[in-house]
Design a protein around this ligand. Structure first.
Ligand code: AHR
Length: 503
């Protein structure tokens, strides 16, 4: 049995956590929109064609904000194609995914869907083939109350009130050679600056995110962030990060070491953003938006990414997630919470079918993938503030990261309810962990309200249409609290959440 210790002190907080950490992403790609969230004629479809089964699972997942409409799709998208009478909308070749886009679903439908599932919409503007002029026209269409051509156009389309979209992404992965209209850092930095400026002139209440690197392995990583922010620092609030976790060594232990790289990535981007601030002697702090993140390594071949013949919504990158993927997602969420002072927004990519926590069958059921569970449990139980933890745990040296402690944990406190919640990953695959948590400064007695684990003896176990709960939360068998000491036995290779409340 391994022993690990965690000390938490109520006086030492990292930050309030921003609910936008529990975001996801809906792109016009494969079956995310069509036969994902939207399928007119499906037995569960409402009058708009929105699948009620997917809407219910999205609410259960606890999603706060959803990014739309891409992704790579964004860089060739004309927002005008997706508004107005559906029968007059153009069919277009989508060069991002080599598909035919029918535009049956667009901006106003997405906003309606967001209102239905009670999430905040996050939009991107196309800085691949277009620029500041289309961006300022688009935000006028969406957010201006009325009395101008574009706001009246929205009203004539049936949406009388402004959509009031607050969070906007300035393009997508603009450093990537695969991107339509990819740019050098100086080119993008200038366009982002000018676009942000005019968008904010139309609506000063918005928040804007500039594109960081497509991933930490890009050759221009770090220099890109510095140069882009050097151009647009005064006009943006966020820099974006994207990361898709791979499993190159086909080893669960190495795979779970990826979580350490996410922490490093976040800390590096914070350092770069603050270095740009320093050159200006500016107290402004650019926040981080991890607006694409997930596990993605199985469905990554050319055949997964592209189907011949320009089909409509073909099945693309429909990754099926297993136990170890769920552990990694749970661990990554712990990292996000531990960086809640600078990461104020994060979008698991994507929501449904495309590398998503929800899977659907056209005309058939929807079900929860393994990664659904750690996300839903974290969104449900992490409220209020994230507290600092002092952890001591044995660890291992890996190829992915030099030092990987077996215990990866965070603690939140909701001052409104008095709930203190421990999230803990045991990365040891062979031994249970005896976890000893000292909860300092909370006063009085406490009780355990709920203790759940994600654990399966088979790291490759998956949920399917016919075995939907193969990997699902189960109670932690051994957990107790006595005064300020919480003790739990964590199964080998398990992700755990322990909710405590005043007695
Ligand atoms: O989420 C799938 C794709 O991955 C997105 O379109 C793109 O931004 C990223 O490369």
């Amino acid at each position: 049995m391994l022993s690990a210790r965690l000390i938490v002190d109520r006086d030492f907080a990292i930050s309030e956590l921003d609910r936008r950490l529990f975001g996801t992403f809906v792109e016009h790609m494969g079956r995310c929109v069509y036969t994902g969230i939207f399928e007119p004629g499906h037995p569960s479809a409402d009058e708009h064609g929105f699948r009620e089964d997917v809407a219910a699972l999205t609410r259960e997942l606890g999603v706060s904000i959803v990014r739309y409409p891409g992704g790579n799709f964004l860089s060739g998208y004309n927002w005008e194609d997706g508004v107005g009478p559906v029968d007059r909308r153009p069919r277009r070749l989508d060069l991002a995914w080599f598909s035919t886009e029918t535009n049956r679903f667009g901006t106003n439908e997405f906003v309606d869907w967001c209102r239905k599932v009670e999430v905040e919409p996050m939009f991107g503007v196309n800085l691949g083939t277009r620029g500041p002029d289309e961006a300022r026209r688009f935000i006028e269409y969406c957010n201006h109350p009325g009395g101008t051509e574009l706001s009246e156009l929205r009203r004539s389309h049936g949406w009388d009130k402004p959509h009031d979209i607050k969070f906007w992404c300035l393009g997508n992965e603009m450093d990537g050679p695969w991107q339509i209209g990819a740019k050098r850092a100086s080119e993008y930095g200038r366009v982002a600056h000018e676009t942000a400026k005019v968008m904010r002139w139309v609506d000063p209440s918005i928040e804007l995110a500039a594109c960081g690197s497509s991933n930490r392995d890009m050759a221009t990583y770090a220099r890109w962030e510095y140069e882009v922010l050097d151009h647009c620092f005064d006009h943006v609030d966020f820099i974006s990060l994207h990361t898709y976790f791979m499993n190159p060594h086909d080893s669960t232990e190495e795979f779970l070491g990826n979580i350490e790289l996410l922490d490093l990535f976040i800390k590096e981007v914070v350092a770069i953003a603050d270095a740009v601030a320093a050159t200006r002697r500016s107290p402004k702090r650019i926040m981080l938006s991890l607006d694409e993140w997930n596990v993605w390594y199985k469905a990554r071949t050319h055949a997964h990414l592209r189907k011949p013949g320009w089909p409509e919504h073909p099945p693309l990158i429909e990754e099926v997630y297993n136990t170890e993927d769920a552990l990694l997602v749970g661990g990554a969420l712990i990292t996000l919470l531990n960086n809640a002072d600078r990461v104020k927004c994060a979008c698991m990519a994507q929501l449904v079918n495309i590398i998503g926590p929800i899977m659907t069958e056209p005309g058939g059921p929807a079900w929860r993938q393994t990664i659904f569970h750690p996300f839903a449990l974290t969104a449900r139980h992490a409220h209020g503030r994230v507290l600092r933890t002092l952890a001591s745990s044995p660890g291992y040296a890996g190829k992915t990261a030099p030092e990987i402690p077996y215990l990866h944990a965070c603690v939140t406190e909701d001052e409104a309810t008095g709930r203190v919640v421990v999230f803990a990953l045991n990365r040891h695959l062979g031994e249970p962990m005896d976890l000893d948590v000292l909860l300092r400064g909370f006063g009085g007695g406490r009780r355990i309200l709920e203790a759940s684990q994600i654990h399966h003896p088979n790291m490759k176990a998956v949920n399917t249409k016919d075995a939907r709960d193969e990997v699902a939360p189960a109670p932690i068998r051994s957990v107790a609290i006595d005064g300020d000491r919480l003790r739990a036995t964590l199964m080998p290779g398990s992700w755990n959440v322990i909710v405590t409340a005043p007695a």
